[in-house]
Design a protein around this ligand. Structure first.
Ligand SMILES: [Zn+2]
Length: 109
C-alpha cells in the first residue's frame, strides 16, 4: 500500500488507524471495504470489471461473486448506479466471475 493519497473530503481521522474507504455492494447492498469489492464500469454498452482502476467516471461496486452479480442484474442495479439507461451487456463480468470461481483458491477464514 502506498498510503498518502488520502484525498477524502471530510473523513475524520478518528484513532490513528487508516480507515479503508467503504462502498456499498450493488448486489446485496451490504457495505464492505473497497478492497473486497470490484469496481464495475460501463464501456460502450458493456459492463466491464475495472480491476486495475483505470477507467474514469462512475463505477458500481460489487462483491466479486455470482450471487451478488445475479442480484445486481435482477434489480438492474448497474444501470442505476452507473446512470445508464440503455441495456448493458454483462458477459464480461460473468466471464470474470466464472474464471474467478473456478480458480483453485483455498480461502480458510
Ligand atoms: Zn454483495
Amino acid at each position: 500500500m502506498s498510503g498518502s493519497a488520502a484525498a477524502s473530503l471530510t473523513a475524520p481521522l478518528t484513532d490513528g488507524c487508516t480507515m479503508e474507504p467503504v462502498r456499498t455492494c450493488v448486489g446485496c447492498r451490504a457495505r464492505a471495504p473497497k478492497s473486497s469489492l470490484v469496481r464495475i464500469v460501463a464501456q460502450e454498452s458493456q459492463l466491464v470489471v475495472d480491476t486495475a482502476s483505470r477507467f474514469p467516471g462512475r463505477g458500481a461496486w460489487m462483491h466479486p461473486t455470482l450471487e451478488c452479480f445475479d442480484k445486481s442484474i435482477g434489480r438492474r442495479a448497474f444501470g442505476r448506479a452507473l446512470k445508464v439507461t440503455e441495456t448493458l451487456g454483462s458477459e464480461n463480468v460473468a466471464r470474470f466471475l466464472a474464471s474467478k470461481e473456478t480458480q483453485p483458491e483455498s480461502l480458510d477464514s
